[in-house]
Design a protein around this ligand. Structure first.
Ligand SMILES: Nc1ncnc2c1ncn2[C@@H]1O[C@H](COP(=O)(O)OP(=O)(O)O)[C@@H](O)[C@H]1O
Ligand SMILES: [Mg+2]
Length: 253
C-alpha cells in the first residue's frame, strides 16, 4: 500500500536560509529566509518566475554554494558547519544534481561520465564501472555505453546525466529545469523516468520546472517569489495523490 508522504522521516530541514550576493557596494538578497522540510521519498516541484531564486535555492541546498545564513540539517548534522573536505565528501555521497544542460564531459563516453562521481568518491574502478552500468541500465541507456555526449540525442544526454547523478546512490536528487532544453515528448519521457526512479528506489527529488503541466503532477508543489516560498501545496495534492495510489493498489490486488 502507498504510504502517506508525511508518515516518512524527515530527510533534510532547511532553516532560515538567506543568500546575499554583493553587487559593488550593495548587496542583493536573493534568498530571504527560506524554511523547507523534505521527507524521505518525496517528489517536490519548485515553480516561480525567472529570477525568483529557484536555482540559488537548489545550489545552496546542495552546497554547491554556501548560504549567507541559515542551516541545512540532514539528521542531527548541520552540513553548513562541516569543514570543506567533509562537506565535499558529503555532497559527493549524498546529493545528486541534474541541470538544464547536461554538463557531460564531451571527451568521455557515457559510461566514463557516469563513473566520474564514483571515481572522485574513491570507489574502486571495477565497482565504479559496475555501478555506472547499473545506473545506465536503469535509465535505459545500456545500448549507448561507449557513445560520447555529442553522439547522443538531448533526451539521451539527460538520461546519462541522471544516471551520473545517481551513481553514488544519493539520498537527494536536485534537478534544475532538467527538461528545460527538451521538446515536449522528450520532457515527458524524462519526467516519467524520474517518477519511476522515485517509486522504485525512494530517492527524494526536488525539481525546478517552468512547465506547470509537469509541475502539477508532483504530489507537492512549492512556489517561489522574490527569494521566499509563497506557496506549498503539500496537503491536498499529496492526499489526492495518495488516494489515487491507494485506488490503483486496490484495483491491482
Ligand atoms: N552569482 C550571482 N551574483 C549576483 N546575483 C546573482 C547570482 N546568481 C543569481 N543572482 C541573482 O539572483 C536572482 C535569482 O536568481 P536565480 O536563483 O538564478 O533565479 P531563478 O532560478 O528562479 O530564475 C536573480 O536576480 C539573479 O540575477
Ligand atoms: Mg534558474
Amino acid at each position: 500500500m502507498a504510504q502517506s508522504a508525511d508518515a516518512q522521516p524527515v530527510l533534510v530541514r532547511v532553516e532560515g536560509m538567506t543568500k546575499e550576493f554583493s553587487q559593488g557596494t550593495r548587496s542583493l538578497r536573493v534568498l530571504d529566509g527560506v524554511d523547507l522540510t523534505l521527507r524521505r521519498g518525496e517528489m517536490v516541484a519548485i515553480i516561480g518566475a525567472s529570477g525568483a531564486g529557484k536555482s540559488t535555492l537548489l545550489h545552496c541546498l546542495g552546497t554547491l554554494d554556501l548560504p549567507t545564513d541559515g542551516g541545512i540539517h540532514f539528521g542531527e548534522q548541520d552540513i553548513v558547519q562541516l569543514p570543506p573536505p567533509q562537506l565535499a565528501q558529503f555532497r559527493n555521497e549524498s546529493i545528486g544534481f541534474v541541470f538544464q544542460f547536461h554538463h557531460l564531459l564531451p571527451e568521455f563516453t557515457a559510461l566514463e561520465n557516469v563513473m566520474m562521481p564514483a571515481m572522485i568518491g574513491r570507489v574502486p574502478q571495477r565497482e565504479a564501472m559496475a555501478r555506472a552500468k547499473e545506473q545506465l541500465a536503469a535509465v535505459g541507456m545500456s545500448p549507448r555505453l561507449t557513445h560520447r555526449p555529442g553522439e547522443l540525442s538531448g533526451g539521451e544526454q539527460q538520461r546519462v546525466a541522471i544516471a551520473r547523478a545517481l551513481v553514488m546512490r544519493p539520498k537527494l536528487l536536485l534537478a534544475d529545469e532538467p527538461t528545460g532544453n527538451l521538446d515536449t515528448h522528450t520532457s515527458e519521457e524524462v519526467h516519467a523516468l524520474m517518477f519511476r526512479l522515485n517509486k522504485e528506489h525512494g530517492i527524494t527529488m526536488l525539481v525546478v520546472t517552468h512547465n506547470l503541466d509537469l509541475a502539477h503532477r508532483f504530489p507537492r508543489v512549492i512556489r517561489m517569489a522574490d527569494g521566499r516560498l509563497i506557496g506549498d501545496t503539500t496537503g491536498d495534492r499529496a492526499r489526492e495523490a495518495d488516494a489515487r495510489a491507494r485506488e490503483a493498489d486496490q484495483a491491482g490486488s
